[in-house]
Design a protein around this ligand. Structure first.
Ligand SMILES: [Fe+2]
Length: 302
């Protein structure tokens, strides 16, 4: 009965993260988990002549209006300049896909100002994982609908170059009365990963909030998933073929791992609490699961 025990543990640990959404399928047992095609290994640079199987731009917290300037409008204009530069660099670099790890603007009211125009300027496939400044706590249907009207679905996946990229809405790991929406989202997430596992497709998950900041056992805080859900959520990810986890929210550059899966938070173009320069990251992965995660600076005049 190990399977059902695992399932019960998972359900209990998921708590607000959607236990009610599970559909009656059992979780994969250890023997059924995705074949480990290699734990990702960071290298200084991919071996010459080794073509990356996937290149993914990791863009954190554009958060228009959060930057430091003499007033809010000046901050917005400066952040916008950096974001426009970032988009130009993306279009020139042509990654296979770009992921925006949430907080598209600082104020929800600013979302319609420039983003509809900016989204049309992005010339590579992209996914967006909404942040707490996009769909504020606690999630309300009206706020979610307003977000989706500008940015598209709050949960989306893309199959590319033999990988599946899954952008999920981590606002549903926080308390909400919109339990039906939360359950629907979490059922989607679980189905996406199970589907990838069934075809042994490696997965990259992107959310705004990272599961944890520094250690799995750290206390609950603004910057992480609730402790009750963290381990089972990550185990579910790893057991279903997740190889990389990309996040935002911390405004601090972080590299840590869980069971061999790198969990990465890159630089922003709005405000970096750790004084890192503005920019984004380019993740390149080769067929042997070697990877490099390189900083790309974004610089504007003034
Ligand atoms: Fe942010």
């Amino acid at each position: 009965m190990k399977r059902s025990l695992e399932r019960r543990e998972f359900l209990g640990a998921l708590g607000a993260f959607g236990a009610a959404a599970l559909t009656g399928e059992t979780l994969l047992t250890a023997a059924e988990t995705v074949e480990n095609v290699g734990v990702p290994k960071k290298v200084a640079s991919l071996v010459d002549g080794t073509k990356p199987t996937l290149t993914i731009a990791h863009c954190c917290d554009p958060q228009l209006g959060f930057g430091i300037a003499e007033n809010a409008e000046a901050a917005y204009r400066q952040d916008l300049q950096r974001l426009e530069q970032e988009i130009e660099l993306l279009n020139a670099a042509r990654p296979d896909v770009a992921v925006f790890a949430g907080d598209m603007t600082h104020l929800v009211a600013d979302a319609p100002r420039d983003w509809p125009r900016l989204l049309k300027k992005i010339e590579v496939p992209f996914l967006i994982a909404p942040g707490n400044h996009d769909v504020p706590d606690p999630v309300k249907k009206a706020a979610l609908d307003a977000y989706c009207a500008i940015f598209g679905d709050d949960n989306k996946s893309l199959n590319i170059n033999g990988w599946k990229i899954v952008a999920a809405n981590s606002q549903f790991c926080r308390p909400t009365d919109e339990t039906a929406l939360r359950d629907e989202h979490n059922a989607w997430f679980e189905a996406e990963l199970r589907d990838a596992a069934s075809t042994k497709t490696p997965v990259i998950v992107a959310t705004h909030v990272p599961p944890f900041v520094k250690s799995l056992d750290e206390k609950d805080e603004y910057f992480n998933f609730p402790t009750a859900e963290r381990r089972s959520y990550l185990d579910f990810c790893v057991d279903n073929g997740v190889k990389f986890y990309l996040a935002g929210h911390t405004h601090t550059t972080l590299e840590r791992e869980y069971r061999g899966v790198p969990i990465l938070n890159g630089e922003t173009t709005s405000r970096n609490f750790d004084k890192r320069p503005f920019g984004f990251r380019m993740l390149k992965i080769d067929a042997a699961m070697n990877y490099e995660w390189n900083f790309v600076p974004v610089e504007i005049d003034g």
